[in-house]
Design a protein around this ligand. Structure first.
Ligand code: C5P
Length: 226
């Protein structure tokens, strides 16, 4: 069975995909990590993301692999080097949409993404899973949330367990909101495989729901389709 979870930045796709994968014993495929790996590799090698053919060649050349699951967290490797933290920096956040808008990069990612699902149950998260990567997925979820709430969750996640001044939190929420909206606009407006809700996807707005509530909704949807 394939479950596709698409949606904008910070809508909770990773958390929900991780919970669903753990609960049902599915493998989790984080396709965003793959585009992040391409952007990171280009930045590290001084390849301009505006150079479409060089970036596409890079995407074909590097080998992106995933480590074994550890409590639902999966490490990401580029040519054997662990990049799990390096792909989550603000610099990669700012550059990843340019890499992902490149049709040559997307073409290079498609095959490994589809191969990942061969022979086992997968929950895959991204922007074009239900529309392009796995249009035949048995369950498609389009996860959204109010942009300010998405920004707030991101910031609270970043400071989990530490005491931070409310004014600092507010300023970070404003900055994160601007970043999220910029990335969503780039991802939605690109020509190849834009972020969009598949016709047959179930839309879930997570703004006023807990993670457990959403996982329960997905649990029911899975049961209906089995
Ligand atoms: O999901 P995450 O925020 O890590 O994705 C990072 C970026 O990768 C997105 O903003 C988007 O530009 C790109 N992406 C994509 N298609 C996917 C997954 C991610 O274009 N299926």
């Amino acid at each position: 069975m394939i479950i596709a979870i698409d949606g904008p930045a910070g809508s909770g796709k990773s958390t929900i995909a991780r919970e669903v994968a753990t609960r049902f014993g599915f493998s989790k495929l984080d396709t965003g990590a793959m585009y992040r790996s391409v952007a990171l590799s280009a930045l590290q090698r001084g390849i301009s993301l505006e150079d479409a053919s060089a970036t596409a060649q890079l995407a074909r050349d590097i080998r992106i692999t995933f480590g074994t699951e550890n409590h639902g967290n999966v490490s990401v490797f580029v040519d054997g080097i662990d990049v799990s933290d390096a792909i989550r920096t603000p610099e990669v956040d700012r550059n990843v949409s340019a890499a992902a808008a490149n049709p040559g990069v997307r073409a290079a990612m498609l095959d490994p993404q589809r191969r990942f699902a061969e022979g086992h149950d997968v929950v895959a998260e991204g922007r074009d899973i239900g529309t392009v990567v796995f249009p035949e997925a048995e369950l498609k979820v389009f996860l959204t949330a109010d942009p300010r709430e998405r920004a707030r969750r991101r910031v609270m996640q970043r400071h989990e367990g530490s005491e931070v001044d409310a004014s600092v939190i507010e300023a970070e929420i404003e900055q994160t909101l601007a970043d999220i909206e910029r990335r969503d606009a780039l991802d939605s407006k690109r020509e190849t495989a834009p972020l969009t809700c598949a016709d047959d996807a179930v839309r879930i707005d997570s703004t006023s729901h807990t993670i457990d509530e959403i996982v329960s909704m997905i649990e029911h949807l899975i049961a209906e389709r089995r």
